[in-house]
Design a protein around this ligand. Structure first.
Ligand code: BGC
Length: 729
């Protein structure tokens, strides 16, 4: 959520400010037919300079001692506030985090819970853009009902490192998947009159030292990977704002990066919206000249750069006045394009319908990684031991600014303690959705007992007496910190080992924000990746285990065997004092995850795209049906006896003799037993080619494609001879 500048508010304490709802501001009657650009230009021309400067900088209205700024009366506790211009019908801009539900920082809005979705990786694992769109709309309805008109959603940084504490918030390692899913969620959000961001632009690939870390990658590689994810997300969702990142990129701070913001985003991509900074990511007023339009949470920076210092620079002629109008117009046009100036909808929230969205995402996002014939649980099973701390109560969630206070009852919070203001983030929050209770309800004829696993030997002794053991293991991850390894914390690997030794019929449920190593994999009969499953997660997990739901999630991130072969064996900067300048090189370039593994020939523990089902599918008859745009079709069949969902995945696997791999299309299909469906995939030229000389270039040659169930489980490749083609940036 925030980071303090050097010398900031150490030892700060929180105190309470009560939320007062923001009154809506009606749209002026004259504005009806104007397009957003014309309207933005007209309104901007009527503003005073004070109003213009007011719009380009915001505060963080969270009452934290040590941050000296007045919070205007009536402003609720939330991430961002920018004063509007009521005389021209422009409401205050009230921003809330974010993609997994409307947040309530430190629960300071007393009693204000919101529907809590599963984590971003779970959303991505659905491979279901339509569901992501529903989820985005659901969150926006809850935002609007509270008077928020900006959602700081759209987290899309690609997973370059399985230790990144924020991977759980994002959408995995593939630019097409992440871009389509983020774009769909943003479209859903903005359909409800709430502006969405896409963030954090760009290459914010780890949390440690995030404000002093220089992420290094060459331009073509950036364009073909991380930036392509943003580009697809922006084209699909048309977010009103882009949030630039904390980190440096190739030597310059992302929020003051002329190449990134002015040249690529606003120039090459013709992005019409505004760039807002991350909270505390602005170093000086010159960032304005480099493409940053708005300083967010300005009290977290060393100065309110976009106020007096910027006024002085413009007055001295160092930055043209036209740039001020440009920044303001960008903000206004996004607000108008989305309809974020409309008064909040007074219609009550349908909590039940919203909970169903969270439940559906959890059901479709849970990934069955391994199943050695024990799942689904046989209803005739006499007794089950459920092991794992808090599995009797609920499910784990990820920490940081995206942490939602769930709507379905008081969560269980385990404080981890620590010093400084960020200690407030150090708390594991379990949402009230008991997998134990849900299993008992689904298996009425089975004795289901519980052991916390606190003493592994005791749990193992009990495990011997049961027909089946289901152990929940957790790794809490979150914003501001990374994991140093792929291990489970708190001796849980040892717990699993002891349980599996005591009872070979052991199933593991993982609640993690990233891949983990699973040294016990060979000893257990099943593994379910539940991610952080949201406020309805316990039920969804139980439904998958008991077979009420046929698992259909697919991995949006590769699970490596170890860190030994990772491009960065040690996490850059690990253990160095805060605010140390750290350089992180990304030699894998556009190819994190499976795309890198395909080039090196290494096999992962579990591949991108992998996910088992209780039925069997075939993906057959892949053919090229058109060359321009390149279009392929295939047939997906359900060969088993149960209805289920399959994700058709089409990859580019070879370009002439070059070994490479890129997901070029996917589609989730629901099939009854025996049913088959033809799937058609149109391939974006950017996924075929390379970026060079300011353009996307596709060289003439033979391109081979394969379809299948994961990046390593593919049918025979099919060739397509393509002529050279190129397109603008
Ligand atoms: C995070 C952003 C978030 C912002 C406001 C920052 O620390 O990086 O993702 O939107 O805080 O809470």
């Amino acid at each position: 959520m925030f980071t303090f500048h050097a010398g900031g508010a150490t030892g700060a304490t929180l105190f309470l400010l009560l939320c007062v709802a923001q009154p809506g501001v009606a749209r002026p009657a004259t504005a009806g037919a104007e397009d957003p650009d014309t309207r933005a230009a007209r309104v901007e021309s009527q503003l005073t300079d004070d109003e213009r400067f007011g719009l380009i900088s915001g505060i963080m209205p969270i009452p934290l001692a040590g941050l000296t700024r007045p919070i205007p009366a009536g402003v609720p506790v939330t991430a961002g506030f920018v004063r509007g211009v009521p005389r021209l019908g422009l409401p205050d801009l009230l921003a809330t985090d974010a993609s997994l539900g409307v947040t309530n920082p430190f629960q300071l809005r007393v009693g204000d819970g919101a529907t809590a979705l599963p984590s971003g990786l779970a959303i991505a694992a659905t491979f279901d853009p339509a569901l992501a769109e529903r989820a985005g709309a659901m969150v926006a309805r809850e935002a609007r009902a509270r008077g928020f008109n900006i959602l700081l959603g759209g987290g899309i940084n690609l997973a370059f490192d399985p230790r990144n504490g924020r991977n759980f918030e994002y959408l995995g390692e593939d630019p097409l998947l992440a871009g389509r899913m983020a774009g769909a969620a943003i479209r859903g959000t903005q359909s409800q009159g709430v502006v969405s961001t896409i963030k954090h632009f760009a290459l914010n690939a780890q949390e440690s030292h995030r404000q002093t870390l220089d992420a290094v990658m060459d331009e073509s590689a950036l364009r073909e990977g991380e930036l392509l994810a943003f580009q697809i997300g922006i084209e699909t969702g048309r977010p009103g704002a882009v949030m630039c990142a904390y980190n440096l990129l190739n030597g310059a701070k992302s929020c003051g990066h002329a190449w990134l913001l002015d040249r690529v985003l606003k120039g090459d991509w013709r992005y019409p919206g505004w760039v807002m900074s991350d909270w505390g990511a602005v170093d000086d007023a010159s960032f304005f000249a480099k493409g940053l339009d708005q300083q967010s949470g300005r009290e977290l920076d060393r100065d309110a750069w976009f106020d007096a210092p910027l006024r002085a620079r413009i007055a001295r002629g160092e930055i043209p006045r036209s740039r001020l109008s440009d920044a303001v117009r960008r903000i206004l046009r996004s607000v108008y394009a989305v309809g974020a100036d409309r008064a909040p909808d007074p219609a009550p929230i349908d909590a039940q319908a919203h909970a169903e969205v969270a439940l559906e995402v959890a059901r479709r996002g849970i990934v069955l990684l391994k199943n050695d014939a024990l799942l689904p649980i046989d209803p005739a099973t006499r007794s089950i031991l459920v092991v794992g701390e808090h599995a009797d109560f609920g499910v784990l969630s990820g920490g940081g600014s995206s942490q939602v206070t769930p709507a379905n009852g008081a969560p269980r919070i385990v404080e981890l303690g620590g010093d400084g203001p960020l200690a407030a983030f150090a708390r594991r929050l379990y949402m009230r959705s008991s997998p134990l209770a849900a299993l008992r309800a689904l298996l009425p004829g089975t004795l289901v007992e519980f052991d916390s696993g606190y003493v592994p030997a005791t749990a193992a002794a009990r495990a011997r007496r049961h027909d089946l053991v289901i152990v929940f293991v957790n790794r809490w991850e979150g914003e501001t910190f990374d994991s140093p390894s792929l291990d489970l914390p708190l001796g849980q690997d040892e717990l699993v080992r002891q349980l599996a030794a005591a009872n070979p019929r052991t199933i593991v449920v993982l609640q993690t924000g990233n891949p983990v190593a699973m040294p016990w994999l060979g000893q257990v009969r099943g593994v379910v990746q539940a991610w952080y499953s949201g406020q309805e997660g316990g039920r969804a997990i139980a439904e998958v285990l008991a077979g009420r739901v046929n698992p259909s999630g697919r991995l949006p991130i590769s699970f490596p065997r170890s860190l030994d072969s990772q491009p960065r064996r040690d996490l850059p900067g690990l253990g160095l004092p805060p605010r140390t300048a750290v350089r992180a090189e990304y030699p894998e370039g556009s190819d994190p995850g499976y795309r890198r593994l395909a080039r090196s020939g290494e096999t992962p523990l579990f591949a991108f795209g992998h996910g088992l089902s209780y039925t069997r599918f075939a993906q057959q008859d892949l053919r090229v049906i058109a060359h321009r745009p390149l279009t392929l079709s295939l047939v997906v069949r359900n060969l088993g006896a149960r209805a289920g969902d399959e994700v058709a995945q089409v990859y580019l696997v070879k370009r002439d003799d070059e070994r490479l791999q890129r997901l070029v299309g996917f589609e989730r299909v629901s099939l009854q037993p025996g049913e088959s469906r033809q799937v058609t995939v149109t391939v974006d030229d950017r996924l075929l080619g390379e970026f060079g000389d300011g353009r996307w270039q596709v060289a003439a040659g033979v391109y081979r494609f394969a379809a299948g169930r994961s990046a390593v489980d593919l049918g025979a490749p099919v060739p397509a001879r393509l002529g050279a083609r190129s397109r603008g940036p």
